[in-house]
Every structure is written in structure tokens, then in C-alpha cells.
Write a protein that binds this ligand. Sequence first.
Ligand code: FE2
Length: 661
Amino acid sequence: MVSILGISAFYHDAAACLVVDGEIIAAAQEERFTRVKHDHNFPLQAARYCLSEAGITAEELNYVGFYDKPLLKFDRLLETYLDYAPSGFSSFLKALPLWMKEKLWMPDLIRTELGKAGGETDERAAKKLGKKFEWKLLFGDHHESHAASAFYPSPFEEAAILTIDGVGEWATSSIGIGKGNEITLLKELRFPDSLGLLYSAFTYYTGFRVNSGEYKVMGLAPYGEPKYVSVIKEKLLEIRDDGSLKMNHEYFSYSQGLRMTNGAFDKLFRGAPRKPESLITQKEMDLARSIQLITEEVMLKMTQFAHKETGMKKLCMAGGVALNCVANGRVLREVPFEDIWIQPAAGDAGGALGIALAIWHRYLGNTRLSPEQAGTWQSARPVAMFTSNPAQNNGRKNDRSDGERKDLTAYADGMKGSYLGPRHSEEEIERFLQSRQLPFKKYTREALPVVVADLLATGKIIGLHQGRMEFGPRALGGRSIIGDPRSPEMQSAMNLKIKYRESFRPFAPSVLREQVAEWFELDADSPYMLLVADVAAAQRRKMTAAEEALWGIDKLNIRRSEIPAVTHVDYSARIQTVRRETNPLYWEIIEAFRQKTGCPVVVNTSFNVRGEPIVCTPEDSYRCFMRTEMDFLVLETCVLDKKEQPLFTEKTDWKAEFRPD
Ligand SMILES: [Fe+2]
């Protein structure tokens, strides 16, 4: 047995992943345990969790992989700062101590931290234990880690690989080929020319947080006009036919300063960056639309180039920009790849998974199973879903008695539906509820889907905590808040009463895979909510002229389709397709809702409030349930009614606990 622990840390989104004999056993982000969003510190708790999932100790590991090469990154920083000295000198001085203290001493640090994961609490004892470990420590290249996370778990035997993010060591995008167990990177685009950093510069300028607010810019775009596309192309960058871009660094300051943009940028767009939390104006919406269109253009050109260069029929992607699901939807529709697959943990957290798989396949030379052999470890089928509840109907084939359902071909990638985090057993949950004397009703596993569907159909908003926690930024029915998408009020109710966030942001639908094509202009798997497509014409409702003239949230509140809560103002939706074999309980809840209402769609948003990491434990879920106006909480088969709960008081104001994202 070969056990490999992959780690990403010290930039943002620290994570750990355990691969045993080529199978991804567990993966989780540190933020879920520490409750600090985007926690970048060493993923001690995530590593501990991964080891416990496999029942092994830190000592028993054979390899530990770190997702990038700290010395190369240091080299880039040093060179960049010297290039721009003296203006970059102050941020260099700020960055230096951190590099000296943590990053350059990485091997020692990793050993010491895993000494702690091995049970030592005292720093010196942990260090001593760490030194004794006999596993081999390997460092991967940042973009190779992303590429490995994109290709190895994909359902493809061979594929083109495209990674796009802000920056790793030097590369900001790369194109390669994956074949069997080999990955060859062919081309790379280098810092400081970077699509990720360009998008982040506009995220910063429109008043959102860099490295986390990018998807808000994407959500804001449909409200704007592409007014600034020409000025961006004229002044800020040159986009070549092959998707490479040359940026004009007179307008950006990320190379030499701590800000993304500078005075010249402000002058070009007539004003300082929007202050976070201040009013969003038409200008921000127009900027969002413009940069989104530029991003789509670059991504289409990059993927077209990758198609031509590699001659491959399939494409897989990773890197933070691969989370731009609007652009991904266009790639699927407009670029002649037969199929695309995107790593759900596309950001740096996924680097932990990439390096672990790269060690197994590239370093150790182990073959990759073909999709036909997938039933053993690649599948997201019953193996991933073992529960302590014998009633849980894993592995059961779809009931085909209903003539409407399509006969689906099997879908198997190596991610197990991305349900790679902790699961809490029925016993643990009941123990928790009883210890706190919290009233709940317990249902059988068979009865539960109908109970939940009935609640949904009467407009109740439900916190759903079941199965293993998701790896990656999206909740996929394991730690989700769900509601009825047919209700015109659901969107604003969920935004304002539950998530406490800007009301312009749309929610995503989870739809039965069998019925996706009837409700959306998509007939493919989108298991990780990474593709955007329009609501099907048949489900749309034509707006009156007066309704068309409305703007912003007023327009969002108009019933634009049969499922208004998940229909954006431009009729688009960020779709998650659900298969029974991957998440049986979630599928059965939506199916029961369909049988009751005719609608195979529910609203799915992550189980957290604004600025809070997605919940992990039953305790996190209960706390979030009580802090918000959710109506019911489902913890596996235990159902809690808000009305029956004892008064919930906290000593401190929880809203001050989380920094808005
Ligand atoms: Fe990255």
C-alpha cells in the first residue's frame, strides 16, 4: 500500500488530500475546520482528518507532496521586485519576513507540522517526531499540480489540458496533453501577463475581495453593458489569436505594490476603486460585463488554440479562472472539443490533490485505469457512499418505471462526486442533539426524501447536512441550503434572510441529470456546478415591456421563468446535475419534489452565511441554522424544526466574526 499526502498552503485556500494506491481517499480545505475563510496556514486539521479517514498515522505515509516550489516563487518575487525597484521595495520588505520564516524553511516546517498531526502538541516534540519520519518529501510545479488535478481524475483516457490562474511560480496559464499516466506541458504564458490577475484587478477595482470576489463580478456582469471592452483592448492589453495576452503594465501595480491597479488605471476609468460595501453603481456593472466578455474571448481563443495544438478531442481544465462557469459554458458550446471536464477544486486547494496524484502516476509511474475499468477506484458509485445506515440504498439502479426518464450512460470520474470530506454518522448526530437537548424528529431513510420534498413544496428553506462534505468551493447537496425554485420570492428571501449578502447574486439550480435538457439548454453532466447555460425556452416566461424596463434586483424579482429563483436576468443558470449513483439521498429528495410538483429542480446554495466557510460538523450546521431564518435543518435522517428549538443566544455578535467576502 502506498499512501501519499498532498498539501497546498501559504498562499490561499490551504488543503490536504490523501491518495492511497491511486485512489483519492479524502480531501478537505483547512478553512472548514478552523472556520477561517480561505485559511492559508498549514492544513494541520485537514491533514489529520485525511489520515483518520484512511485509518493511518503520519508515520505510515510513504510520500508527502507540496503543490509548488517555494524557491522558484521566491525567485520570481525577487526578480520582479528588482525589476521594479525602488517602487516595489516596500512590498518586498513586507513579504520578505514571511518567506524567510515559513516558505524557505518548508521541508522543516512540513515535518514539524506533520509531527503535530502525528499527535505531538509541543513544538519541540513535534519537530523531533517530524525528523524521524521516513517518508519522502517532494515539491511539484504549481501549474503541473493544477494540470494533474485536471487530468488524472477526469473521465478521459487522453485529453488536452488547460490551466489558467493568477500566478504560480512563473506560469500564469499552461497548455498540455494528458495521455495514460503521462502529462506533457507544451506551452506556458508567463508572469506578469495573466488572465487571472487581469480579472482580479477588475475585482479589486469594482470593490470586491481579490481571490474570493471574482465570482461576484461574474454574477454582476449580466446587469451591465460592455461599454469598456474597447478601452480595455486599446489601453490595457493585446489579445492574440492564440489566446496569449500582452498586458500594459503601466496600468497595473501587482508586480511592484500591494494594490492591483494604480493611478493610471483610475484615470482611465475615471475614478478611484469602489469602496468595499458601498453602493454598486451602473459603472461597476458595465465594468463587470466588459471584463467578463474579455475573459470569455481569451478563454475561447486559448481553448481553440489548445484544440489545434494538441489535436485532442477532450479538454480538461483547472486553475482559479476555470471556476468562471459562464466562460466554461461558452467553451463547451463554441469550441470543437467533444467534451470538457473541470476540476471542482480548480483553485489552489486542488493543487494538494494534483500533487498527490502526480506523485502516484508521474513519479512512481503507476498506470491510470481507463474509464472502462473505472468501477474499481474511479467511480463515484457506492464505494464512495458507504454509510452506517443499512437502509441507505446505495448502488440501486434508477427506477426506470417512469417512461419520461432518459437512459443514461454511466458517468465516472475519480472525484467521487467531490464528496471527499468528513461524514458524520447517525450516532454522532444523535449524540450531539441529545447532549444539547435539541428537539428533533427521526425518519427512516425511505421516508426522508418525501418529508423534505413536502417541506420544500410549502416554501420552507432547509439546511441539508448529509453524507461527506464537498471538496472545492461549491456545495453540491452535502452541505447545502435548499429551497423551491418556483417561488418568485425565494431569491430575495434566501439572500437577505439567510445569506445576509448582496441581493443581486443569483442562486444555482440542482437538477436531476435525467431531466436537465428539458429545463436548460444543456444535455451534459455538470456535476460540479461549473457550467452555465440558459433556462430552456419552454420554461421561460416572456416579460412585459414594463418588466423589461426594470433594473437590477427589481428585474431579478420578476417571474422570468417557471423557476425564477435560479434564473439570472439574462436567463442563464449555473447548473448542477445530480445523479442517483453519486448522491442517492439528494437525488431522491429532488425526485420526490418532482413527483409532487412536476419540477425536477431545487435551489442550491452553500450552507453558510456571507464570509463564513461552508459548514463542516453538525454543530456548525446547527449554529448556522439558528443564526439565520432557515425553517428546517436536516442532519442525515434527523429533522429539526426551527419553531421547536430553544432560544439561541450568543455572547458575541457573530456578524462581526466573519469578514465579508
Ligand atoms: Fe494556482
